[in-house]
Ligand binder design. Sequence first.
Ligand SMILES: Nc1ncnc2c1ncn2[C@@H]1O[C@H](COP(=O)(O)OP(=O)(O)OP(=O)(O)O)[C@@H](O)[C@H]1O
Length: 542
Amino acid sequence: MPILEGICDQIAVAISNIQSNQEIAEREAEKTILLALSEEIAALRSRNDLLHIVNTRIKALFSVKEFGIAQIDEDQSSYSAFVMDLTGNITNHPGFKEITSAAYSVNDPLFSRIMHAEDPVLLDINNIAVEQGMPEFVTFWKHVGLQCVLAMALRVGGKNIGCVFLHINRNETEKIKTNLLKAVCSHLSVAVSNILANEQLLAYKRMLEMENDHLKEEIRTIYNFNEIIGNGTAMQKVYHLMSLVAASNSTVLLLGETGTGKELIARAIHNASPRKDKLMIKVNCTALPPNLIESELFGHERGAFTGATERRIGKFELANNSTLFLDEIGELPLDMQVKLLRVIQERELERIGGRNTISINVRIIAATNRNLEEEVNAGNFRSDLYYRLNVFPIQLPPLRERLDDIEPLAYFFLARYSKNTGRKVTAISSNVLKELKAYPWPGNVRELEHLIERSILLTSGNVLKEIQLPKNVGKGKVDELDISYKTLHEIERSHIIEVLVRCNGKIAGIGGAADALEMPPTTLHSKMKKLGISKKDYFQKK
Ligand SMILES: Nc1ncnc2c1ncn2[C@@H]1O[C@H](COP(=O)(O)OP(=O)(O)OP(=O)(O)O)[C@@H](O)[C@H]1O
């Protein structure tokens, strides 16, 4: 017998060894599963990601037929579905949608039991009494014939955040490894918590984006920047700066290439300022010969100089309690720069030939397409005036850097000039839009405006299918391009027209354009004839 006992002992040891080895192997397998799961769970961001992982990994692990994860809602008094398995037949039952979209009280007897348990709770659905306060989905479970549901609380840092429900067949319940299920649930808890945090972040982001859109809209409407077209990033920056400076009295310096909308922006700033009830006064510093600029800006008394037959109020005085827009400030002659600086600093002026000092309250907006810093370094612009003007610079982007704005601008001008010309051109072909976006626009928005105006006149149907863009225009410096953009003939013509406008159309005699241009009236007449300048050019402009 002792031999038999010995054999039995050895068999027992062998069985025990086999069992231990099996357990070790199983534990190793579980560890591998959990490790893989934890890596996947760390990477997931959305409910769909979670659904995918549960469907592909966890379901098979515990022979789960269907599953659902519930979350405790923000108010902490109810719970509702976080994710639902939609792959099984249960989804086809009437009432599934209502049951899974409802919220239930965290104090119901079923949920309380799950939340207070440390281990998974096995629910035999047939035997659950539908007592008072039981959530409605229990009746639904009975109705659709679920056998057993294994429920386990989800917790993060000791705090209940929801629970998982696993539908399994009765004969599978024995095989469930409680410790593995608990470990999986702790991973699921982290996943649910991460997803909720991520969703909250996205919600904040969306809210901020909406607020931002709203603020942008508010800026555009309150400050009435509506007539300015273009909503791209570059223009958004401009609108933002405009809204910051509009209400103040600060001097604004608008910088940007020709035709980028400096005057438009100056008007919008004025219209958004407390001075909006008075007209903004504009002075174009290139339009007048040096000897007229001073009188233009500061006015003159009668008899102050030859030709001063009347007292003249200068633009500075006209702009009192309003805004003075000094366009092309970079062209102002050096001696005028000194005078301008003095008036800006002292806030008072004297008319030419006058004896009284006149106090003025003027807000200055200056604009230039020159690089004023370079002009200062070259000695063409006084540094002290530059610092006085450069209080709040706003740089306007060239059109070639605002590709997103080209289409809305083109349509804006299409609507404007179709209306003006009585044509019904309502669309722009995609080829034309492509061409517009590829062109470097040395003359910026003004050039686009003129091109659309011209093209409308040449179009017969209601779609703009052809445009004539200048050839061989590179992306070089705009100053260089300007030369090819405006001919000498055009410059001379527009300069003479400007002077005629200032001189009220008077050509000869004291205060006449010939005098201002320092040429005999006969020469001016013949030049006007050659350049095709007629009365309508300078009287209409006024
Ligand atoms: N964003 C815009 N939306 C609508 N129209 C615009 C826009 N920018 C410019 N324009 C139009 O383009 C033309 C030229 O604009 P504006 O005269 O303001 O440019 P500018 O930069 O002052 O030109 P310059 O430097 O040659 O004086 C105007 O008819 C103006 O209304």
